[in-house]
Design a protein around this ligand. Sequence first.
Ligand code: PHE
Length: 345
Amino acid sequence: MTYICLMLVEKANQIYEEAKAAIKSAPDSKTLYNVKVNFLGKQGQLSALMREMVQLPKEERPEFGKLVNEKKQNLENHYESREQELKKLELQQLIENEKLDLTLPGPDRDLGKIHPIAKVIDDISSILNFLGYSVQTGPLIEKDWFNFEALNIPQDHPARDEQDTFYIDETHVLRTHTSPVQIHTMLKQSPPFRAIAPGPVFRCDSDVSHSPNFHQIEALLIDKNVSMADLKGTIAFFVREFFGPEIKTRFRPSFFPFTEPSAEVDCSCPICKGKGCRMCKNSGWIEIGGSGLVNPKVLEQANIDPKEWQGFAFGFGIERMAIIKYGVPDIRLFSDNDIRFLSQF
Ligand code: PHE
């Protein structure tokens, strides 16, 4: 063997040992790949060695080429098995790092709930639907005429002050009660009919039992030979259905420009059963709203002949009814949007 051949064989062994050690100690696939490029790649050390073969005499070349190829094959095998090893290791690490703890409690999901006011509106509506009343609506920004004039409340009437009206402009107000829907309904439908109108109303007023926006439900029945007895019977039935059979109703003479005669409606206090408590201010009764026979003047305003048709109407405060039913101490809780309060219903 020529001296130069000995030198190249020596170099081949050196590269081989170095590569083998580098493959074995590569800590991850990326380093391993770099080792491969460095020793086995086209620009790598073994390819460079092959190119040096031109220095050898012709007869020594095949033997040397075979030797280098064998070493290359050998290193490729080492490479492959180390690659498998590292892949397994890395997968294991990945699994370990992303371990799922199946015993951990899952994230809480908040479920939506019907607001207590919406629930009371639904309950009231379904009782009155059962009695043949259909739901009607009207605008919240109301023409002065519908909110006052057509309901027999003229410009200088003191009731306008009592209701603490929010004015939008000279002829528009935020409706102060649901009674204007009476007028909309009378203008739309021809008698006989029964209608209810639940919804928000607005008054410039705020304390424990008054809120600037609250809700009412209006009921209107127009038919022939309607009397106070029909009104009382309907309200008594409705109150018993809503609050329970033990609740009594009481009618107190009152005044509303749009009903004649008029009466305020009280329920026996469900908390103390009429004995007297903080909720009913020791009277044993709680007021829920107003009622009466529709004033003939109002029927005329809405083109209904009062000689042929009569009617009754009542308007109850929804929050009032919710307060009585659920024993809520402050009306403002309904619009505070505190989930701890709302989720109790
Ligand atoms: N609209 C009256 C109020 O808000 C209540 C009422 C309605 C009275 C219907 C009589 C008839 O106080």
